[in-house]
Structure formats: C-alpha cells, structure tokens
Design a protein around this ligand. Structure first.
Ligand SMILES: Cc1cc2nc3c(=O)[nH]c(=O)nc-3n(C[C@H](O)[C@H](O)[C@H](O)COP(=O)(O)OP(=O)(O)OC[C@H]3O[C@@H](n4cnc5c(N)ncnc54)[C@H](O)[C@@H]3O)c2cc1C
Ligand SMILES: *[C@@H]1O[C@H](CO)[C@@H](O)[C@H](O)[C@H]1NC(C)=O
Ligand SMILES: *[C@@H]1O[C@H](CO)[C@@H](O)[C@H](O)[C@H]1NC(C)=O
Ligand SMILES: *[C@@H]1O[C@H](CO)[C@@H](O)[C@H](O)[C@H]1NC(C)=O
Ligand SMILES: *[C@@H]1O[C@H](CO)[C@@H](O)[C@H](O)[C@H]1NC(C)=O
Ligand SMILES: *[C@@H]1O[C@H](CO)[C@@H](O)[C@H](O)[C@H]1NC(C)=O
Length: 472
C-alpha cells in the first residue's frame, strides 16, 4: 500500500518567481558579462543561455529556490572559476554558486545574474594510503557513497551520524579565492581560512574539491516505516525512549510527523544501523507498532540511502526552519505532532502539499568529534539536535504565508522546548536548516567576530557579497 500520493496536485508548470535582486549590474550588462566569461575561459568550461544544460544549472530541489539567471556557467577547472570570479567581481555583477541545489532559501544559490553550477566537479578519488577521498563540489551524497562502495569505504555525509558533523571530517579544501587565485586550504596551511570554510558557506570563495576522511563501510540495516496517525502515541513514546536511552553510535532514527496532500496526517520513521544486524531491542519498539508499510532489510548503504523518501516533494516550493533541542521528551514530541496537524489543516487549502516536523535524535556527543575549530557551531559546549520544520506547497502566491507560518511554529515550539527543559533560550541554530532571515549570531555565536575579520582579509572587495546567502 502506498501510504500517500500526490494525486490531488497534478504537477503543473508553476511560474518561477521573477524576483530581481538589487542588481548592481543591469540585465543587458549581465549578458555582456556572460559573453566575456565565455570568451575568456578555456574550452572545457561552458556558458549556457537556454536549453537542457541551462535548465539543469538553475534547477533546485525546491522550485521556490530557482530563478531565471541571465546565463549559467559550468566551469570545469578551478582556474576557469577564478577567471569568472574576477570578471564578476570587477563588474560588480550578481551571481550564485550552486552545489547540490538543496537550499530552500531563495537567492542563496540562485540569481538573476550569472548562475555558476558546479556539476562538472564530479570527481571521486579514494586514496587507501591516507584513508581519504577527494570529492568534487558538484556531487550529491548518494553519488559519492555509490562511487566509494567498491572500496568498502564511505564518508560522513548527509543523513548519517556516528562520525559527528561532515565538516569535522574535512582534511582539505581546494578553494578559488575571491581574487581568482586557486589555493589548497588545510589546518596547517591556513588555520583561519580552514576554520572559516567549515560551515561558512560561500563567504570566502568557491570550493572546487573537498578531501574527506573515509570510514570502512560494510552492509547496513534499515529502511523506512510508514505509520497511520492512530499509532502516533506509540511512535512518540518509542522516539522519546530512543532519544533518552540509546547510546549506540551505530544506531539512528529519523522520525517525521507529517500532514500530507490527501489531507491525512501520517508518521514516517527512517531506521539505520551501521552494521548488518542491530543489537536486539534497539529498534524493537518501532518494529512492533502496527504500520502501513515497512521496507526494512540488510542492504548496502547506497541502497538504503536511495530507499529513503527524500525526493517525494522535489520540484515543489518549500522552506526549512528549525529549533534546537538537547532532548526530545514525550511532551515536546506531542507538541510537534499537534503543530503538524494544526498547520496542515490551516494551510492545505493554500496549495500545501506536505507539512513535516523532522526529529533527529543524535547523541549528545555529536559535537565532540572535531580535532580543529570550525565556524559552525557557535559553541560546542553542549550537543544540540536540530528539529527540521519543512513545509512544501505549489503556488508562488503562498510563499510568504508558508514561510511566516514556519516562523510562528518555530517560535512556539522553541518556547515550549525551553519550558519543558528540552532546550535553552537562544540555543544555537543549525545553519543548514535555518530560514534566510535567521540572525547570524544564532548560528555562529562567538565565532562571528572571527569570521567577519577573516572575511575582511580574504575578500576586501566583497566579491562574494555579490552572491546571496548568510553573509559575514
Ligand atoms: C531532501 C533534503 C534532505 C536534507 N538532508 C540533510 C541532512 O541529512 N543533513 C543536513 O545537514 N542537511 C540536510 N539538508 C539540508 C542541506 O544540507 C542544506 O540545504 C545544504 O546547504 C545543501 O547544500 P547544497 O550544496 O545541496 O545546496 P546549494 O543550494 O547548492 O548551496 C547551499 C549554499 O552553499 C553555497 N555553496 C554551494 N556550493 C558551493 C561551493 N562549491 N563553494 C562555495 N559555496 C557553495 C551556496 O552558494 C549556498 O549558499 C537536506 C535538504 C534536503 C532538501
Ligand atoms: C591542491 O591539491 C590537489 C590534490 O592534492 C592537487 O591536485 C592540486 O594541484 C592542488 N592545487 C594547488 C593550487 O596547489
Ligand atoms: C526503550 O528502549 C529499550 C531499548 O533501548 C527497549 O528495550 C524498551 O523496550 C523501550 N521501552 C519502550 C517503552 O519503548
Ligand atoms: C529510558 O529507559 C528507562 C529504563 O528502561 C525508562 O524507565 C525510561 O522511561 C526511558 N526513558 C524514556 C523517555 O522512555
Ligand atoms: C533525487 O533527485 C536527484 C536530483 O535532484 C537525483 O540525482 C537522485 O538520483 C534522486 N534520488 C532518487 C532516489 O530518486
Ligand atoms: C508575513 O509576516 C510579515 C511580518 O510579520 C507580515 O508583514 C506579512 O503580512 C506576513 N505575510 C503573510 C502572507 O502572512
């Protein structure tokens, strides 16, 4: 049985938001800058004005993050990235850098100027000697996992825990500086810039390659279970128990309280064990609850990741927002469930498709894996777990309504979490889930001063300020 479908909303071509940024360079001039880039870069890099490559370059997971760029640029070498950055900087031309294109904040990796798409940086090179892998900046994680599978290793990418934050496993960045120079940044070559790049997004230049630590990887266990809302209390109790009592770094669950397109609430749980068979008991509380469907098995990591329903709302408009907790009590989880019901009911009539409250109960040791300082998180004093609030919808006219609603919901839940002792006032927020107007202090805390001075040093002409995003 398919627990939910999107039959109510036939996928129509929803107009892309024409949302001109405060351009320092007008549209006609941008066209001439596109031509200048095309004329100056090497023949392996491409500029597109329309067509399938252009469409692919401006494409985002959430269509509300897509803008019509004057042209797209697919660099194939760091040197060509450098040439483009110099031309863009000299002409004060707005641009954007897109890696995976998963940002839901409009303008963070989209522009009406020049869209740089990193797709041609798709290298995956494993070095067994150093147990590292070089990863191109245009890849998505499942392709990285797939390429590393034959070596029996993986990297700590999205959706997985046990090894801490991905940034804690970075050994080196190949960076095109705002002045066009290509440099390799490591802890020993440039500790300031290395710190800044670990969580600092596009403020310091454009990253072309990452060198990541690898971990040996064999068969894993897990998959997805869909539950009807009638068992919401049982899933909540199991989730609170897992959050409070699970200590095995190989075990992880992600639980989603959802309100879907067919005007029904439902729950989904993604279970993961980093080994072929979980110790008995860890997941039993989830497995015994009556479900709508259950796709759990021992499988490869790639098979598991590809089985997760991460793409069901791809192409729709969407927003993420977040609060941070240090625990998930039954009472707090019940509040998430009730928010999903409330906003789902309120906002479905406004072309709402999916309303999810995504619970990721990591271990409190999540911030203890780092060897060197990083831009994010602002403080490593205590482990924090990000709740992701995700709303998906169809119509551009609902954009502000939906974004506002996630702000109201986050404010309410944050207050509730504090009152239950599950959070503290001003708990640092996870930048990957934070909505666009989140104050920088809430994500970067005391690191912000240092980040601002590094930024000033590396990019005195504020070339990277021509690209959107969280800006230092
Ligand atoms: C289905 C889904 C699942 C997710 N799951 C997780 C998860 O498990 N864990 C998690 O942490 N997050 C998760 N996220 C959030 C995601 O990690 C963030 O949105 C992240 O910023 C996406 O990176 P991207 O390169 O795909 O996005 P993009 O939109 O391409 O870029 C995001 C930002 O990074 C900048 N940037 C991109 N490439 C470069 C580059 N080469 N050099 C310099 N700056 C660059 C962009 O300019 C932009 O500001 C998920 C998002 C979605 C949609
Ligand atoms: C950066 O390091 C990579 C991998 O070691 C190397 O191939 C590349 O040439 C280096 N780039 C620079 C600018 O030193
Ligand atoms: C709590 O989790 C443990 C395993 O960590 C399990 O043995 C126990 O049955 C769970 N209790 C409930 C009420 O889910
Ligand atoms: C954690 O486990 C203990 C002992 O089994 C149990 O009493 C407690 O209720 C559990 N915590 C939660 C939140 O379920
Ligand atoms: C999800 O969509 C991306 C494109 O955004 C694609 O590369 C990937 O293969 C898709 N994954 C699955 C499991 O369909
Ligand atoms: C969103 O919130 C802002 C600020 O509170 C308000 O001005 C605006 O009218 C709201 N828009 C919608 C569509 O709710």
């Amino acid at each position: 049985m398919k627990p939910f479908s999107f039959a109510l909303f036939v996928m129509t071509n929803v107009a892309i938001a024409a949302n001109p940024t405060s351009a320092t360079t007008g549209p006609t001039d941008v066209t001439s800058i596109c031509e200048a880039i095309e004329a100056t870069v090497s023949s392996v890099s491409q500029v597109y004005h329309y067509g399938p490559e252009y469409d692919n370059d401006i494409f985002h997971w959430a269509s509300s993050s897509t803008q019509h760029a004057a042209c797209s640029f697919d660099p194939a070498t760091p040197e060509d990235v450098g040439i483009a950055l110099q031309i863009l900087g000299d002409n004060r031309c707005p641009f954007a850098v897109k890696g995976g294109g998963h940002a839901t904040n409009p303008g963070f990796s989209s522009t009406t100027g020049v869209q740089i798409a990193m797709t041609k940086f798709s290298e995956v090179t494993y070095d067994p000697q150093t147990q590292t892998a070089i990863i191109g900046a245009g890849l998505v994680w499942d392709d990285v996992y797939a390429a590393l599978e034959e070596y029996g290793v993986t990297v700590a990418g999205g959706r997985f825990t046990g090894h801490g934050l991905t940034i804690d496993t970075v050994q080196a960045y190949e960076l095109v500086s705002p002045n066009g120079e290509v440099v390799n940044v490591t802890e020993s070559s440039d500790p300031d810039l290395f710190f800044a790049l670990k969580g600092g997004y596009n403020n310091f230049g454009i990253v072309t390659r990452f060198t990541l630590k690898t971990f040996s990887q064999a068969q894993v266990w897990g998959g997805t279970i869909f539950y009807p809302w009638t068992v919401v209390d049982q899933v909540t109790i199991a989730t609170a128990n897992f959050s409070a009592n699970s200590t095995d770094p190989k075990a992880q669950v992600i639980v989603l309280y959802n309100y879907g397109a067919e005007l029904v609430p439902f729950i989904s749980a993604m279970l993961f064990y980093d080994g072929p068979t979980p110790s008995p008991g860890i997941f039993d509380p989830f497995l015994v609850i009556p479900s709508l469907s259950k796709d759990i098995s021992t499988r490869s990591l790639v098979s598991l990741v590809r089985s997760f329903p991460s793409n069901v709302t791809e192409g729709q408009r969407g927003v993420f927002n977040t609060i941070s907790t240090s625990g998930y009590s039954v009472e707090l989880l019940q509040e998430f469930a009730s928010e999903a019901l409330y906003w789902g009911t309120q906002l479905s009539p406004f072309s709402g498709v999916l309303f999810s409250y995504i619970v990721e109960p990591f271990l409190p040791t999540i911030f203890s894996h780092n060897a060197t300082p990083s831009a994010y998180p602002g403080s490593r004093e205590r482990g924090l777990f990000p709740l992701a609030i995700y709303f998906g919808w169809m119509l551009p006219s609902s954009d502000e309504l939906m974004r506002n609603a996630t702000r109201m919901s986050a404010a309410k839940l944050s207050e509730k979490a504090i009152s239950l002792g599950d959070s503290i006032p001003d708990a640092p927020l996870y930048n990957n889930y934070a909505i666009s107007d989140t104050p920088l202090e809430r994500m970067y805390g005391d690191n912000l001063q240092r980040l601002r001075s590094i930024k000033q040093e590396v990019d005195p002409n504020n070339v990277m300020g021509l690209a959107g995003g969280f800006k230092f």
